[in-house]
Design a protein around this ligand. Structure first.
Ligand SMILES: Cc1cc2nc3c(=O)[nH]c(=O)nc-3n(C[C@H](O)[C@H](O)[C@H](O)COP(=O)(O)O)c2cc1C
Length: 352
């Protein structure tokens, strides 16, 4: 596939759909329930329009910023997402190499098909480790210690998945990993047929978060917050950042779209911790809108996944370069010179 002939994420998705087994395509694209939140995340961006400013010297534009203390070349990070071997034989290693080449940060899911140590070896970029929550604190501690030993910059706790979402697409088409591939970070005893139980985070509460902080020196990023009250709790319980996220609409259908949730979360944290957003980012202009509403940066999962499926490392890099190219162009035309200073007044609601 000639990657240079693909010009946006939608075209990458169409190309990926033509290549992937049906079940893998459904696994990535699907949402929970009727898929309304997965769609709403994207649609929320349509409801904002730009009010560009003119005669601003935009010759020098900076896309560089920091996220939880890590310098990144642009505010578009790779979200932790599982089972990348369904998409490409190099799986998470290809994504790690692409993130490194682009100078961005990568989230690594415990559901990866490469071990967190192998991914760290392949990467030359900052990494966050995202463990699945479990009742076995020994296991949680072991995962947290491995992340420190492998040089991860933060622990990303995904808190919107106490149980798995109701995903009919996955019930109908069960994705099967290629031969030789496995869940590389799961304890062997849970992988055995008849293990009797799977990971179980249903018992986690704010006290468990306090415990996690007490056993790990790494900053903790809470991913999956949409309620302003929870954002305040995150500040009080020492989180370094929150990701306004509904898991790409894969957990609770009819959850508020993330862009709609963002302003109240930004207001609630009063600048005390960083606020990021994911869900529905498909264009550079989406990124600019999220920044204008107060996000420090955004994360992408499906956009990166389509890139991986179509072209491995080069595909993910092409997606990142299209998004950053469009972001840079939009900044220039809107009169914005730095991703760190995107005024709220850049946006107006689209008239209904
Ligand atoms: C195929 C797939 C697998 C995912 N796996 C995880 C996971 O293991 N852990 C996690 O925290 N989030 C996971 N997510 C959610 C993403 O991190 C992210 O919150 C969401 O997908 C962002 O929306 P977008 O896909 O529209 O960019 C997954 C998303 C997808 C699409």
């Amino acid at each position: 596939m000639d990657l240079e002939r693909l010009f946006n994420v939608e075209e990458f998705e169409t190309a990926a759909r033509g290549i992937l087994p049906e079940a893998s395509y459904v696994y990535v694209s699907g949402g929970a329930g009727a898929g309304r939140t997965a769609r709403a995340n994207c649609e929320a961006f349509d409801r904002w329009t730009f009010m560009p400013r003119v005669l601003v010297d935009v010759q020098a534009r900076s896309l560089e910023t920091t996220v939880v203390g890590q310098r990144v070349a642009c505010p578009i990070l790779i979200a932790p997402y599982s089972q990348q071997a369904l998409l490409h034989p190099e799986a998470e290693l290809a994504t790690a190499r692409a993130a490194s080449a682009a100078g961005v940060l990568m989230g690594v899911s415990m559901g990866a098909n490469r071990s967190l140590e192998e991914i760290a070896q392949a990467a030359d970029c900052a990494l966050w480790f995202q463990p699945y929550l479990d009742e076995d604190r020994g296991l949680m501690r072991e995962m947290a210690d491995r992340a420190v030993a492998a040089g991860y910059a933060a622990i990303c706790l995904t808190v919107d998945a106490p149980v798995g979402g109701w995903r009919e697409g996955e019930m109908r088409h069960r994705a099967v990993l290629p031969p030789g591939e496995k869940w590389a970070n799961m304890p062997e005893r849970l992988l055995q047929p008849g293990a009797g139980r799977w990971l179980n985070g249903a018992g986690w509460d704010w006290g468990t978060l306090d415990w996690m902080r007490s056993v790990s020196p790494l900053p903790i990023v809470l991913k999956g917050v949409v309620a302003p009250e929870d954002a305040k709790m995150a500040v009080e319980h020492g989180a370094a950042a929150v990701v306004v996220s509904n898991h790409g609409g894969r957990q609770l259908d009819d959850t508020i779209a993330t862009l709609d949730a963002l302003p109240a979360v930004v207001e609630a944290v009063e600048g005390r911790i960083e606020v990021l957003l994911d869900g529905g980012i498909r264009r550079g202009t989406d990124v600019l809108k999220a920044l204008a509403l107060g996000a420090r940066g955004v994360l992408i999962a499906r956009a990166a996944a389509w890139g991986l499926a179509v072209g491995g490392q080069a595909g993910v890099q092409r997606v990142l370069s299209l998004l950053t190219g469009e972001l840079s162009s939009a900044m220039a035309i809107a009169g914005v010179t730095s991703v760190e200073h995107v005024p709220h007044g850049l946006l107006v609601r689209r008239p209904s």
